[in-house]
Design a protein around this ligand. Structure first.
Ligand SMILES: [Zn+2]
Length: 248
């Protein structure tokens, strides 16, 4: 694995990253010598591409590192090289920075099993979701309403929402608000429920907008089941009885 060897000693490639549809990247694991500066990237020739390209490297779970010398273990304010330049009246450059930090993808946080308070062990996503949903609904539900306590507590809380504010808060969500929310998402970020990036919805809003908005508004305004989003979107792209369409 050539890319891995440029950075350090190649360990393995995460198969999952090859199947991510949202961006041209590959996620690999390598040993690196941390006494050297981190590599920001490398000029590389790619198969079937004439010109060399700059491949950028990103690192997951980076500990503190120096924006001046690119080494791990100290911030640039404490970097000997940086401070020497400052002492000599030279303004040091900061070629390394937070842009080199890769957000750890879901793999690192993935729940593989869940043990319930009665000792059952759950293994599937569906079971996790059901358990989590019932746990939180029980957490915020009381079996007994203590009216005496409510009568003492509620009057002691001063209201900070005016009647006008309340009216506007109670208003139904609108199509325009759904579209605004979509455009507030960075294009390459994935809403993740169907694996398609925000860019897809932003660019094709004239086609998918009415159906997606309707679906979202039914959830926000009418309390519809959010799990229906997945099947609604699948249905739209794979209409039954018609020709199945593939996206991406
Ligand atoms: Zn340094």
């Amino acid at each position: 694995m050539k890319v891995g060897e440029w950075v350090g000693e190649y360990i393995d490639v995460y198969e999952d990253s090859l199947h991510e549809k949202w961006g041209p990247f590959i996620r690999i694991r390598v040993w690196i010598d941390i006494s050297h500066p981190l590599m920001r990237g490398k000029m590389a020739s790619l198969p079937n591409v004439r010109d060399e390209h700059w491949l950028e490297f990103r690192y997951e779970n980076l500990p503190i590192f120096c924006s001046h010398c690119g080494r791990l273990g100290h911030p640039f304010e404490k970097c000997i090289g940086f401070l020497e330049l400052v002492d000599n009246g030279v303004e040091p450059d900061l070629p390394f920075g937070p842009f080199m930090i890769a957000k750890a993808r879901h793999n690192t946080n993935k729940i593989k099993m869940l043990q319930t308070s009665d000792g059952n062990v759950l293994h599937t996503d569906v079971n996790f979701a059901t358990k989590a949903s019932s746990f939180f609904s029980q957490l915020f539900t009381t079996s007994v309403i203590d009216n005496d306590a409510l009568n003492v507590t509620l009057p002691a809380i001063t209201s900070s929402i005016t009647a006008d504010m309340n009216v506007s808060l109670l208003k139904d969500f609108t199509f325009a608000e759904v579209e605004d929310a979509l455009h507030s998402i960075a294009p390459h970020r994935s809403p993740s429920i169907d694996g398609m990036s925000a860019m897809f919805f932003q660019h094709h809003w004239d086609i998918v907008g009415p159906l997606v908005s309707k679906c979202v508004l039914q959830i926000l305004n009418d309390g519809a089941d959010i799990s229906a989003i997945n099947s609604a979107i699948n249905y739209h792209f794979n209409p039954q009885g018609g020709e199945s369409q593939t996206i991406g």
